[in-house]
Write a new protein. Structure first.
Length: 208
C-alpha cells in the first residue's frame, strides 16, 4: 500500500539556501506548471534563480544548485518560513523530483509542511541557531553529507553536531511507512467494508 518511498534513515549531500520567506512561486513559478505528471518537475525547481535564460535552460552559474558540489543534493537547509505563500503542491513535487528528501528550516508554511509529509519529504524544524550552524558546516565543506534518523528523530553531521527534532506521531508514521492519504485510508479497508455493510442494513434506501 506504500505510495511513497519509506523514509526511516537518510544520508545525503546537504545544500544551504538560507534566504528567508522562500515562497512556493519561487520554488516553482506558475508558468512551469504545465505537466500533467509529477515527473520532470525537478527541472523547473527554482527556475527563476537557477537559469539565466529560462527558455533555453541556460544555467546561472552563481546559483548554488548549479555548483558541482550540490547537483546531487538531497538535504536542503533553508531559511525561516520556507514554503510560504500559496498551497501549490507542485512546489513539493518539484523538490521531490529533483531528489530532495529532507528539508531543514526554522519554520515552514503550514500547508507546504503537510504537503511534504504527504509526498514523502521530511520537513525538520530546528532553532535558527542550529540551522545556521548546519549551513556554516556545509559552506566550510561543500559536498558534506548529513545523516537523518527519523526513528530516533535525530540529524547528525560529520563535524559531530547532533540535533534532535520533533515530529507528530502521525506524520512520522506516514513517512516511515511511505504512506500518503489514500494509502493510509486503505489500511482501514476492513473497517470501511464493515461499516458499509452495517449501514446498508440500517438504511437500505440510501443504496438504491
Amino acid at each position: 500500500m506504500s505510495a511513497n518511498t519509506p523514509l526511516d534513515q537518510h544520508t545525503g549531500v546537504a545544500v544551504p539556501l538560507m534566504r528567508i520567506n522562500i515562497d512556493t512561486d519561487a520554488i516553482i513559478p506558475s508558468r512551469e506548471m504545465k505537466r500533467v505528471s509529477k515527473e520532470g518537475l525537478g527541472e523547473a525547481l527554482f527556475a527563476n534563480w537557477r537559469y539565466a535564460d529560462v527558455t533555453t535552460r541556460r544555467e546561472n552559474p552563481d546559483f548554488i544548485l548549479n555548483q558541482d558540489a550540490y547537483r546531487q543534493a538531497s538535504i536542503l537547509v533553508a531559511g525561516d518560513n520556507f514554503g510560504c505563500g500559496s498551497s501549490r503542491e507542485h512546489a513539493v513535487w518539484a523538490l521531490k523530483d529533483f531528489g530532495i528528501r529532507v528539508i531543514v528550516a526554522p519554520s515552514f508554511g503550514s500547508i507546504f509542511y503537510g504537503n511534504c509529509v504527504l509526498n514523502g519529504i521530511l520537513p525538520i524544524r530546528l532553532a535558527q541557531s542550529h540551522v545556521e550552524a548546519l549551513a556554516a558546516e556545509i559552506e566550510a565543506q561543500p559536498g558534506v553529507r548529513f545523516s537523518v534518523d527519523l526513528v530516533k528523530q535525530q540529524l547528525s553531521t560529520p563535524a559531530g553536531k547532533l540535533a534532535e527534532f520533533d515530529i507528530s506521531a502521525a506524520d512520522k508514521r506516514m513517512l516511515v511507512e511511505g504512506l500518503d492519504g489514500i494509502a493510509l485510508t486503505q489500511q482501514r479497508d476492513a473497517e470501511i467494508v464493515s461499516f458499509i455493510a452495517a449501514d446498508r442494513e440500517q438504511r437500505p434506501w440510501v443504496y438504491r
